[in-house]
Write a protein that binds this ligand. Structure first.
Ligand code: CA
Length: 337
């Protein structure tokens, strides 16, 4: 058995009522030999019922989660729910403070650090606390992401295709209940150790999101986040009152299930998109081109679609290095049962 987490939670997560607390991660720094790094955690509990576990700020440059969950944490009262809601609005708080995807304290990506270990650097220690203490208690796990600094997204609730068909059906149902424009089935093409992947493996109904990007941060995406989360909490039998239906159309269920759906820059340079989010493209079609930053007379390098699909995501930063994702394509998705 692995050692217990060195992280101390200063509230009793099994207690009833509403509590604002902190996770204290041991630190020893140049400015203080003995110190703690605090991560806020909120628990709202009212009798028997499911446990919903909600995360924001897994990536520090994606602020939709922190804003949505800080609002929810202040608003939600025990009488509004049955069961329990545990909220960690800024999971990678060092990264949120820096506004960067990765933690400035250890250079790590929280969403590649799972399951983590008690002997790890701070990012892995937080991941380990989540894996060992929080995830086992959860029925529903929500991890709010957006495209952050590098990617624009059509707003979606997302998940992997999991093997357990019953779990997959439930996740699709929960995803549709959110009411975002898309439910997006994705594949890990950039590493393992994701929080949602571990939660899915543990059999939890798990939802991620990709709600716009840093540049799309505003009323429209924040409403999709806040209203959708309420709908999912009601779907999960946690939130008692049915939230207002809103005016959203039925979500489209789409998937990027092939490696080639994720188009990586063939060369480095200045990426010029030739298509926009939501456009339908055919395999072989030019979706962008990359200009040389060295030779003004060189013909831009074409970036071609490798599959047929709809553009779900595109790079939001023109300067691009070889191998960085410039587009992701999706197609209508149907679960084979
Ligand atoms: Ca993210």
């Amino acid at each position: 058995m692995s050692r217990p987490s060195p992280i101390h939670c200063d509230i009793d997560l099994d207690a009833q009522g509403k509590q604002f607390g902190r996770l204290a991660v041991p630190q020893s720094t140049n400015s203080s030999g003995w110190a703690k790094y605090y991560i806020p955690i909120v628990s709202v509990a009212n009798g028997d019922g499911p446990t919903a576990l909600l995360f924001g700020g897994n990536h520090g440059d994606e602020f939709e989660g922190p804003v949505t969950l800080l609002n929810l944490a202040r608003r939600l009262q025990p009488q509004d729910i049955r069961g329990r809601v545990i909220i960690v609005p800024m999971l990678n708080r060092p990264a949120v403070l820096a506004g960067t995807r990765l933690s400035p304290l250890d250079g790590r990506n929280m969403n590649r650090a799972f399951p983590g270990s008690p002997d790890d650097s701070i990012t892995g220690q937080i991941a380990h606390f989540v894996s060992s203490t929080l995830l086992p208690t959860a029925d529903l796990v929500v991890d709010i992401h957006s495209g952050g600094s590098s990617t624009h997204f059509l707003s979606s609730v997302n998940m992997h295709e999991v093997e357990d068909r019953e779990q997959m059906q439930k996740m699709l149902e929960a995803g549709k209940a959110w009411g975002a424009p898309y439910v997006f089935i994705y594949k890990d093409v950039a590493g393992s150790g994701l929080l949602p992947s571990l939660a899915e493996e543990m059999g939890k109904v798990t939802l991620g999101t990709e709600l716009g990007s840093k540049a799309q941060f505003g009323v429209a995406t924040l409403e999709i986040a806040a209203r959708g989360l309420d709908r999912v909490l009601h779907w999960a039998d946690v939130l008692r009152d049915k939230p207002a239906a809103g005016d959203t159309a039925a979500p489209q269920v789409v998937g990027a299930t092939k490696e080639d759906d994720y188009i990586m820059a063939p060369v480095s340079g200045l990426f010029e998109p030739l298509c926009e989010l939501g456009d339908t493209v055919a395999k072989g079609a030019p979706v962008g081109r990359i200009h040389s930053l060295e030779e003004a007379d060189r013909t831009p390098h074409p970036v071609l679609a490798l599959t047929d699909g709809i553009i779900m995501a595109r790079r939001s930063v023109p300067l691009t290095a070889q191998g960085e994702m410039v587009m992701a394509l999706v197609r209508p998705y149907r679960l084979d049962v």
